[in-house]
Structures are given as structure tokens and as C-alpha cells.
Design a protein. Sequence first.
Lengths: 318, 372
Amino acid sequence: MDDMDFLSPFERLLEDQCAPAVVRAIEAGESAQALWASLHESGFLDALLPERAGGAELSLAEVGPLLQALGRFAVPLPVAETMAARAILAQSGAEAPAGPIVLATQGHTGPVPFAKVAQHALIDTGSKLHLVDLSDPRDAGFHHGLAAYIPAGLPGVVIPRPDRGLMPLLAVMRACMMAGASDKLLTMTVAYANDRVQFGKPIGRQQAVQQQLAVMAQKVIACRIAAQIGCAAGLDPSLFAAATAKQVTSAAAPVIANIAHAVHGAIAISAAYDVQLYSRRLHEWRLADGSEVYWARLLGSARLAQADMPSVDFIARR
Amino acid sequence: MRTTVRAVIATVIDQLALSQRARTWMGFDAEFSRALGRAGLLGLTLPRRYGGAERGPFARFVIVEELLSAGAPVAAHWIADRQSGPLILNYGTQTQREFYLPKIARGEAFFCIGMSEPGAGSDLAGVRSRAERTGTNQTGGGWCLNGQKLWTTNSLHSDYMIALVRTSGTPADRHKGLSQIIVDLKAPGVVVRPIVDLTGDSHFAEVFFENVMLGEDALIGAEGEGWHQVTAELAFERSGPERIYSSVLLLDAWIAHVAAVGRLDGETAVLAGRLTAQLATLRAMSIAVTALLVKGESPAIEASLVKDLGTTFEQSLPILIGDDLASHPEEAVDPELWRTIHYLSHIAPSFSLRGGTREILRGIIARGLGLR
């Protein structure tokens, strides 16, 4: 199926319900209930569920463009995480709660994106998954951030764990959101460079600025392709797929954010301008679910374990 | 198909040291190219009636990937197989197709591309080599070529050059008046003078034309359309696996080295993992551009993007791996590995020159983004 079939209605929904003003309001502590209700009613949260469970039975590869849209619209709720949680719960016949769900790995103590606005967490304990209720998790305290710490030892419903746990899937989904946020920053930055006049001409005519934007475009497209490699591996992605997706996007994120800021200049430092909605996310998501070195180390260990295999076989025959 | 190509590669590869194999598409071996032709692995995308295999660009991608990652000496047929063949198929006359394409598919006609000149590097509108019409169409006219090409890769060993020359106007007319012509490098008046490069190789040369008389059918495509044709051709030149795999042999040799000495610590794994993730992404990007070529598009911007990222990756390999090995002075390193690192460090600047400089490519990308 052509992914445009469901991408455009999803984008229309986000355009309608998730304007930057809504993102800012929710980040400032206002209720996300209205946005969540419209997402819930749209049916998109069940995109990954089998048809018999009332879902659209889409693959992660088909849903990938939607996950990128979440980043492009800076959606301030754990939509991707809830989609995945609902699919995993359905696989084991467990009922999914109606509210937003985040995914987490027990023993990983860092802040979890969107935990501040989630009502539930699906926690990978290493042998099982626990679905727990979240009440007032400790705010990570990033300015206008939505990350929070998930307390250990919460009681919950126990379901079977996918073979590889939740971390690889989270990494792939985060990579998609990063690809989307990166794409939005590129669009904004090119438009600004064509608009802003200094030295008597748009700054986009300066070769120094053009070279920067070309580098940015390369990184943005590499992020998209890496995210696609991740999504192609489905809901229980291989180490190769997850590591490629998250290593490439996390390594590119600061470069992309920095060029967006450099080309915009001081205006993008102001809270009122939208660049920060996306650049803050890129920095937060880069560090969530394993940074570039985390995934490089795991992928590299797997590569070194097959040292006599040519690289072309390692990357192409899978 | 991978099995067939691996069998042919096995016939030459064992005799080549790692630092020789690192030459990949600069390594010249005419007999090897003919062996590939006999195995049906050249001109893969050409129609059967011209000696091709009528396979898609993806099949060619696989073959090229195997050749490059093994470090097979592919220079002899490289340019003919990659771009001259498709160019002649697209723009050539029936006579030109029937004459050149079967030879290319057999590995018996080697081509080089004449673009740069002393006064025309990145700015090809500065081309001054000129082909003038001789006689008239009624009397079966032809062309008289004068001028000079420079930095022409593989011209010393090639049979033909497809040259971008001026057939009308002056450099002030920019891209108007440029045409592509096929020059038989054995024709009287052609002098090829090799240039020794910083690694001791002579992979490029300067080529002089003095009153070189060419037939009417030397012109390929339409007169005055040379710039347009070259631009389309460059998409083939810029996006292929050779923009990713030129140093991959070194990566594989380094991985074999750290495994052999048992250095499998986290720091080593991080470097191996980072390079593997980059390589996997670049490969997927190169395949995405191939898919656009399959659709009949001319993805100039996408190809530029892949080439810039790919050559940046290739150039980083000898730097990163050299640093890694030299930070473990206690390890015994195969002298060939050191030689390869030095060879690649020296030649690597050419990776982002050949086929369009990094700065030019970034300008093309910027224009594609809607700037200017």
C-alpha cells in the first residue's frame, strides 16, 4: 500500500490538533487531554494492531512515515510508544488501557521521554513486561521538557517479553521521530535562508551558508534512510537494524540542530520562535534509548564477532 | 550471480597484496576485465542484441559491490561499463551502438572520459578543445579536433575517449555549443602523456589533440547538447557503490587484525560499530538512488548527496584506522596494513575531486533545496 494513503490524513489531524501553540501549552503544564482524545478517536493509535483486534494491521515499515510525522509536528505525547505498547499487549491478549503509555527498561535509570504526560508504562524487566500505572512520576526538570523518571518496583500486569526486549524497538521509533524533527528543521532553515536579507541579498545566496545547508540536508536524508532500515525489521528489530537507525540519527542530531541554529542566528534562541521545539527534542532524543556510542558499541561487538566476514556481507545479507 | 563473480575474482585476487587491492577501481588488468566479459558480467544492463544481459541496475549494483569490496582490478572496463555504455545506448546512433556496445560487453573496448582541461576544472564551461566540421554533409564530412585534456583517468590504457568539446561559440557562451565526441585514441594526432601521482601510479594523464581527423559519426548525441548529456551521465558516475567501497577493504583488514590480536574491547567495538552503521546507511542511500535511475529519472541532487557523504566516509577510514593502530604500538601489525593506510591517506583527497568536487556537489544540493 502507498504510505501516502494514511500519512496525509494523519498529517491533517496533526495540523489541526497539534499546532505549535498546543505543543507549547502542553509543555507549559496544561492538560493534554483534548489532543489525546482526538488521537485516540482517530484510530491511528491502533495502526499496528491485527485487524481481528480492531487495528489496521500495518507493519512498522508502513507506520514509519507516521512516526516521522510525530517528530515533524513535535507531538507532545508518547504516540509511537502507545502504538507499540498496544500492539505488544494485543499479541499476548492483554487489554490496553486508554491513556498514553511509555516504554522503559528496568535498570536504565535515565529520564524517559513523555513520561510526564503518560498514564502508564510498559516496563521491560529482562524476562517479562510489566504494565504499570504511572502517577506523578518525578519530572526530569528540563525546561519545558516532558521527560520524567519512572520509579522502580511498581506493581502491574505481567505479560511475555519480546525476544529482544523493548530497547531496540524504542531505538527505531525514536530514530523515526528524530528523522521527522530533523526534516522539519531543514525545511524551516532553508525557508529562513531564502528570506533573511543581509549584505543586500538573502543569506541563502552566501556560499558558506549553502555549504552548511547541503551538509544539513545530507544528514537529514541519512537519518531518514537509517530510520527506514530500522523500521524494515518490524516490531522486534534485530540489533543490526536498531543500532544502525539510532547510531546514525543520534550522531547526526547535534550537527543538524547546530546548523539550524547557526543559520537562524539569535532569533532561534528565543522561546517564541519554533526552532527550539525541534532542536530541544533532537538533543533529548539523541540521549534517550541509547546514544550513538551505546549502539555503536553493541553493533561493533557483533561485527567483531564475525571478523572473517566481509563488511559487504555483514550489511547486505540480512 | 554473487557466486559467479566471486569465482572470477578468485582467479586474480590471491596474487595481489592488500595495498594493491586497495587501488580497486584504479587497478588496471585488461585480462581480468575480459574474463568478466566472458562470464557475462560486463554490460549487464545493455540489451541482449548488443551483447548485454538485459539485467536491471540492481544486478549491476551487486556485481560492482562484490568487485569493489574484494579489491578486484576493475579500472580497464570501469568507465565503459559504468557510463560510456549507457551513454552510447541512450544517445548513440544505431551504427554507434552496434559498433561499440558489443565490444564493451566483451571487455574489448576501454573508455575514458575527457572533461577537465588546463583552464576548465570545476567550471567546465571553460572547455577550449574544439571540434570543427570538415567538408559538408553531402560529401560525408567529419570533424577536426584540436586542444588538450588533463587529469584524464585511465587515458593511457584506453581505446576511446568520450570528450566534452566545443563545437561552436566560445567559453563566454558558457554551456551552449558544447558537444560530446568519441575519439579513437589511436588516431594520428593524439598524444597521451602519463602523469605520475603522489603514490607512484600513473592512473591519469594529459591528452593532446593536434588536427585529429574524426568521422561524422564521432559526434555522440546532439550537437550542442553536450552539457545536458554530461549532466545526465554524472548521475551514474556519482551515486554508485564505488563512492562507498573505495576503502572498505581497509575496514575489513582492520577488523581481521583486531580479531586476530584479540582486541575486542568497548573502544574498538565503538569504532567498528560506528563505521558499520554508516556503511549500511550509505548502501541503502546508494540503492535508493539506483531505484530512481531504474524509474528513468536523473537524480542529480540525490546522487550528489550520496557521493559527498560516501566519499567523506571513505576518506575517514584511513584516518580513523591509522589512529587506532598507532594508539596500540605494542600490537604486531601486518606491514601491508600499514602500506594500505598510507596509500589510502595519500590518494584519499582524490575521492572528493573525481566526478565533481565536494564544494561543487554541495552547490548542486543547495540549489536542489531551493536556495540561490
